[in-house]
Design a binder for this molecule. Structure first.
Ligand code: GTP
Ligand code: SPV
Ligand code: MN
Length: 581
């Protein structure tokens, strides 16, 4: 029996008593425990076994049809001073939030088992890692947390060593959307989530801890918690450079994290190494560079659009030991989603006979959960406790117009403006309308744990500590032509843009300077081997009128965050506006 931290035991006892849980189970993260939970869910119908020949140890979970995405309108940051949460968050007074949540949790686990899930975000032995404990009544959450984090006995040992942890309390409740709240208490390092069993609402290590709470901690401790993939790019000379990229939800992080180089690049010896696909914790190092660790241990990836041609690395992970959520199935019980191949599914994501008039067979936000180690391109540096040095930070959005394929910020300060002014079309990853352009600074709109004005100031301060800061870029894989088709081939071919980015980092290629940043010169992006050359003029055109409008929209957006917008961001914006005229 391990010794248990008194504060942890006491909190668990109180929660179990308040929720009137039938049983309390402390998770050790073992295979046997995992198998017992899977067997239990097969019995209750929470999981369905998939085709054992083609997909051994793979299961499907169908969530409640009203519980299929993050719920930003029901997500709160509860700071003592409402201004500290900022206009970027919904706010509730901590007392009020506690009263509300206490009410919801009262007796909610009657007849249920309460699982205690100790987890570590980041390699167990990394000084940058942080631990948490999630209390949940959902076995689905437990098996997902086991794939997504370092969960179980090792984490518990570290928690006892550290003496501190983030407290996460979760119940699926009755899944009533009217009784669903995801609330954060950054000043108490705690999270409470009620009424949803889905992804970012329920796997509390992910967005709630590793972004909202961690961004708050990072601010006081001098680092950054970001919605970023981490990837290593190996050139033909065998040198590996690391990039971190922030794209909003469902805008290409998983795909870029494990992209496969296009044919001529592969032949030349380019390789891509995956370190993370969603979250990066970034620390200034002794040497003045910025180092990244991935706090997660698995992927919770978007299924639709994943195929042999777009993301073969992801597909290779999905044949064994994967959990699928809200995908369709074929006649022979294999998982299926739009974009996978041209088979016709038998059942849709709700388990109904597939009928195209009901909409897509797989939910547009259907997901797979796998361990990172299953990824064929998993980097041998992913477990490095010190992290990897970042050469470039890339901000990206999904924009049909204006934003060029790639541009480079002049320096860190200008890069912070580029990140702060990001905009992107909304996606199915969150409940609400899809395809509407909204400002999504640093892809953190739904995840920033404090006021964005303070956050931008913090970015500037971190930059000041770096003698060798990463260069900052903006990309857009999603420009559309008049017919509505994507102009850029995307996916593996994005390496062509990454090559330009790496050349720029090393000062090996000149560029065209505009008021909004540096653009590639004609012919600077290598298109060799592409079946059809995309319209590079359309992708890289610098539209003066469009940018003039964009800059004035940015100014309007920043207004919302006054008086906390850093002076130097005003300066950067004024400079661009003056140059545009
Ligand atoms: P979250 O897990 O929600 O944070 O999403 P993500 O940023 O990891 O996005 P992901 O890589 O899963 O991609 C989301 C969708 O965009 C999928 O349907 C992909 O197939 C599609 N996608 C990704 N990269 C590209 C690209 O370069 N071009 C195009 N056209 N689509 C892409
Ligand atoms: C996202 O929405 O950015 C995700 C999925 O990565 S979720 O875990 O639901 O947040
Ligand atoms: Mn994400």
């Amino acid at each position: 029996m391990t010794f248990r931290l008194a504060s942890l035991t006491k909190w668990v006892e109180q929660a179990a008593a308040h929720a009137r849980a039938d049983h309390v189970h402390w998770c050790d993260g073992s295979d046997a425990e995992n198998q017992r939970l899977i067997d239990l869910m097969l019995e209750t119908g929470d999981l369905v076994r998939l085709n054992e020949q083609t997909h051994p140890d793979c299961y499907l979970h169908r969530s409640d049809p009203d519980d299929v995405a993050r719920v930003e309108h029901l997500t709160y940051v509860c700071t003592e001073d409402p201004h500290d949460a900022g206009p970027n968050n919904n706010w509730m007074a901590p007392d009020e939030a506690h009263a509300l949540m206490d009410d919801l949790f009262a007796g909610c686990m009657e007849g249920r088992t309460l699982y205690v899930v100790p987890y570590c975000m980041g390699p167990i032995d990394s000084p940058f890692s942080r631990c948490g404990v999630e209390i949940t009544d959902s076995p689905y959450v437990v098996v997902n947390m086991r794939l997504m984090t370092r969960m179980g006995s090792d984490a518990l040992e570290r928690i006892e060593r550290d003496g501190s942890f983030v407290k996460g309390l979760h119940s699926t409740g009755d899944l009533d959307p009217e009784r669903r709240f995801i609330v954060h208490f950054p000043e108490e390092l705690s999270i409470q989530s009620f009424g949803s069993g889905y992804g970012g609402n329920a796997l509390l290590g992910k967005k709630c801890h590793a972004l909202r709470i961690a961004s708050h901690q990072a601010r006081t401790e001098g680092w950054l918690a970001e919605h970023m993939l981490i990837v290593g790019i190996e050139n033909p000379a065998g040198e590996v450079r690391y990039l971190a990229a922030a794209f909003p939800s469902a805008c290409g992080k998983t795909n870029m994290a494990m992209l496969i180089p296009p044919e001529p690049y592969r032949e030349a010896g380019w390789k891509v190494w995956t370190l993370g696909d969603d979250i990066a914790w970034l620390h200034p190092g002794q040497d003045g560079r910025l180092y990244a660790i991935n706090p997660e241990a698995g992927f919770f990836g978007v299924a639709p659009g994943t195929s042999r041609s777009t993301n073969p690395n992801a597909l290779a992970m999905l044949n064994k030991g994967a959990i699928f959520t809200n995908v369709a199935v074929t006649e022979d019980n294999q998982p299926w989603w739009e974009g996978l191949d041209d088979r016709v599914p038998a059942l849709d994501w709700r388990g109904r006979k597939y009928d195209p008039s009901n909409g897509p067979a797989a939910h547009p936000n259907s997901r797979f959960t796998t361990s990172m180690q299953a990824c064929p391109s998993y980097s041998d540096q992913a477990e490095n406790p010190d992290g990897v040095p970042i050469d470039a930070i890339i901000f990206g959005g999904r924009r049909a117009q204006l934003a060029p394929l790639v541009l480079q910020a002049r320096d860190w300060e200008h890069g912070v403006l580029v990140g702060a002014a990001m905009a992107s079309e909304t996606t199915a990853a969150a409940a609400g309308q899809v395809g509407v352009v909204r400002r999504d600074p640093m892809a953190m709109k739904p995840f920033g744990g404090y006021h964005f004005g303070d956050y931008w100031q913090h970015w500037l301060e971190v930059g000041q500590q770096l003698t060798h800061p990463p260069a900052i870029f903006q990309v857009n894989w999603f420009r559309r032509d008049d017919e509505g088709g994507f102009i850029w081939p995307g996916f593996g071919d994005n390496l062509r843009v990454v090559e330009w980015i790496l050349d720029r980092c090393r000062g090996q290629v000149s560029a065209v300077e505009t008021p909004v940043g540096f653009l590639p010169e004609d012919g600077a992006i290598d298109l060799s081997g592409l079946k059809r050359a995309p319209d590079m003029n359309a992708l890289l055109a610098y539209d003066v009128d469009g940018w003039r409008r964009e800059l004035s929209e940015m100014a309007g957006f920043f207004q919302e965050f006054e008086p906390r917008v850093p002076e130097s961001l005003h300066g950067q914006l004024a400079r661009a506006s003056a140059e545009i005229g």
